[in-house]
Ligand binder design. Sequence first.
Ligand SMILES: NC(=O)C1=CN([C@@H]2O[C@H](COP(=O)(O)OP(=O)(O)OC[C@H]3O[C@@H](n4cnc5c(N)ncnc54)[C@H](OP(=O)(O)O)[C@@H]3O)[C@@H](O)[C@H]2O)[C@@H](O)CC1
Ligand SMILES: Nc1ncnc2c1ncn2[C@@H]1O[C@H](COP(=O)(O)OP(=O)(O)O)[C@@H](O)[C@H]1O
Ligand SMILES: [K+]
Length: 492
Amino acid sequence: MIGLSTAAEVRAAEVRAAEDVLLARTREGALMRRAATGLATVCLRRLGRAHGVRVTVLVGGGNNGGDALFAGAHLAARGARVTAVLLDPGRAHPAGLAALRRAGGRVTGPEGPDGLDRADLVLDGIVGIGGRGGLRPAAAALAERAATGPGLTVAVDVPSGVDADTGAVEGAAFPVLHTVTFGAVKPGLVVGDGRGYAGTVHLVDIGLGPHLAPPRAHQLTDADVAAHLQPPEPGDDKYSRGVVGVVAGSATYPGAAVLCTGAALRTRAGLVRYAGTAGDGVRAAWPEAIVTDGRPADAGRVQAWVAGPGMGTDDDARSVLAEVLATDLPVVVDADALTMAAREPALVRGRDAPTVLTPHDREFERFGVPVDADRVGSARRLAAELGAVVLLKGDATVVAAPDGTAYVNATGTSELATAGTGDVLAGILGALLATGTPAAETAAAAAHLHGRTGQLAAERGPLIAGDLVRRLPETVGRVREPGTGGLRDSEA
Ligand SMILES: NC(=O)C1=CN([C@@H]2O[C@H](COP(=O)(O)OP(=O)(O)OC[C@H]3O[C@@H](n4cnc5c(N)ncnc54)[C@H](OP(=O)(O)O)[C@@H]3O)[C@@H](O)[C@H]2O)[C@@H](O)CC1
Ligand SMILES: Nc1ncnc2c1ncn2[C@@H]1O[C@H](COP(=O)(O)OP(=O)(O)O)[C@@H](O)[C@H]1O
Ligand SMILES: [K+]
């Protein structure tokens, strides 16, 4: 599990770590030097060499600029031709500046010859976790030229202009190919708009680990998700593996029921029971499922329910949903069930058993307040208000529990933006919840597996939702196998 630490948590850890470092009689500024060495190492790995390489370092007036100057000094000492552009010349980090000059680097002001048009590498040390709002005009102009120039762009700690805590971008910001972040991955690098600005994220360990408060937000890895996908034990039978109940689809629209039931079967369920008016379609597609045309109570015993995809929102649908929510079982509330729950939040509020709501942005908005630029914060608010786990779908799906624990999904592909993929996610989630594992982490595991399946299916070209169902067993196999995973776009 990768912890996502806010700027305040990192700063508090930095203070504690610096005290330790001083006690150990190491040089002052040791954390910054570790950061800069890590940063230079990532750049060298990417460039393959330093000698003769043209580097432009954009330097703000804080410690982020200090990191960039020390890294520039490393590269200059190895033969790179480094130009530092000081955005706030009177406040540039003095020791970093001296180091760069000693190593043979050039220094100029914001108007000076910056070499951006010919740079092989641009380091963004304008602003890090101390940033507020969008970039100021001089910084924004340089960032824009750098982003469209020929050089490899690398952000120091955080892409300048991105809110490190939320990923919000409120004005100009610097989109980069790589972000080298220090001490801990910040949430803003992996969620919201910030995710797109950060490119590949590299985490440099500067020794903050023991000093960091336990993070409230996390990213799961394949290894974490493998724990949710263990093969059956010799003593298992179809009931002990988790029985999923599905209420979805309709006679006119059986597709959602077919996708949802298929995803539950293909994920790991020992048994899937379907109750509803799309029974014929489900029987035809999945002879393995046990189908009733009656009410949920007629379906037989289950350990978790999935309710919503394609079920409609009329009085009958409402009474089926109410019946499922009145049980003491975990319930996934998706699609049409979300519309009904938004009209009548009392249906989900106050349940003792876990409830997982799975809205996309438009469904989320029906609960009263739209998703804002802080997607984790938005999901946390709704989760606390309803006392339910909220899985907010999107490019980086977010899961939040009522106590504020959150997860940001690291897998997926934009090819998932096609009809029915949400029905598949609901089925996967039902299958995993039926084993009784804690709801929020289980929801995050489902999003992870769904995203990985999308990536696998997209290797062959554009995908449709049924491809996900077909590729699920192979994905489960791959996730179970150690060493085949890792984050899609992060080396954290
Ligand atoms: N502390 C440590 O031990 C370690 C810290 N480390 C590093 O320090 C970084 C944090 O440094 P920090 O606290 O100095 O803040 P920082 O991110 O440089 O920003 C302040 C500067 O930005 C400016 N500025 C603000 N908003 C702006 C905007 N919108 N557009 C333009 N400019 C803007 C602001 O100007 P001001 O508002 O003061 O006029 C000020 O000049 C952290 O990210 C990591 O890289 C590592 O070395 C590890 C050890
Ligand atoms: N641009 C995107 N990048 C990554 N994943 C996406 C993107 N767009 C949608 N998805 C994923 O695809 C799924 C779509 O679900 P949903 O909107 O409920 O579709 P449907 O209702 O058609 O089944 C979600 O899991 C969502 O996270
Ligand atoms: K930066």
